[in-house]
Design a protein around this ligand. Structure first.
Ligand code: ZN
Length: 255
């Protein structure tokens, strides 16, 4: 057994026995991990309200390999995202991000890029003058890239010709293969996702933009919905563990 220290984001917390909690973290050094926080629900506990979903913490824990539950011995805030719990739109998106991480990532599978992406996205969501749904789109896109199923938004899957977004107002996209089809090649294809050319342009730019720049890109709600829907369908297609996401109800509600 060893004593370890790592940064972590709380994904979920459930009550355990009389006064404790079982907390699922996404950690920087150990990936997803669950741990018991003894006495965390005791009003006098040193843990206070640290173990709430979305909190970004530094934790110290006793680690034993191959054990399902570790023990947290101490913890503190790295940064407190104040507006995430007071603004309903931000809260819904923030919860969907941690739910996706919780579903997609496996236990003790460390991925510092995904950790960085999560912390960065939550930090940007916490800022003023950001469009929460843009953060979701940017996060989903970059999660796909970090996990190795990078989508292509530029050239036709079959003939490799660049998609002419000036000419093609609607573009067929094959979610499974992660790429678009030109007008000619899409003629005989039934199963595909239909994109507007403006959605494809935004996605091309979001691949390069930081989450903060993406969060500040002004756009119509209809376009935001088209993008969120694509990102969700894309992640779902490429991950077995992402079925229904409760906190993503905003997609259906906002249509
Ligand atoms: Zn083609």
């Amino acid at each position: 057994m060893s004593i370890e220290k790592t940064e972590a984001v709380v994904l979920r917390a459930i009550n355990y026995r009389d006064t404790s909690k079982i907390v699922t973290f996404y950690t920087k050094r150990y990936g997803k991990m669950s741990a018991i926080a003894k006495g965390a629900r005791n009003p006098k506990s040193k843990f206070g309200s640290l173990f709430q979903p979305l909190n970004y913490l530094q934790i110290v824990f006793y680690r034993r390999e191959n054990r399902e539950l570790q023990y947290v011995s101490s913890s503190d805030f790295v940064k407190y995202f104040k507006s995430l719990t007071s603004n309903m739109d931000k809260f819904a998106i923030a919860m969907s991000l941690i739910e996706i991480v919780n579903r997609v990532m496996h236990d003790e599978e460390e991925n510092e890029r995904v950790f960085g992406l999560l912390v960065d996205s939550l930090s940007v969501l916490d800022k003023v003058d950001v469009l929460p749904q843009n953060v979701f789109v940017h996060f989903g896109l970059h999660l796909a890239i970090d996990l190795g199923f990078t989508p292509n938004f530029k050239d036709c899957l079959i003939c490799r010709k660049l998609i002419d977004l000036e000419k093609e107002r609607k573009v067929c996209y094959v979610i499974e293969k992660g790429g678009p089809l030109c007008e000619k090649c899409s003629a005989n294809v039934n199963e595909s996702f239909l994109f507007s050319n403006s959605a494809l342009l935004v996605l091309q730019s979001f691949v390069r933009l930081s989450s903060e720049a993406a969060a500040k890109a002004k756009m119509e709600p209809a376009l935001q919905n088209e993008l969120s829907n694509f990102v969700f369908v894309y992640l779902k297609k490429h991950s077995d563990t992402l079925k229904e996401i409760r906190s993503l109800k905003f997609l259906a509600a906002s249509k």
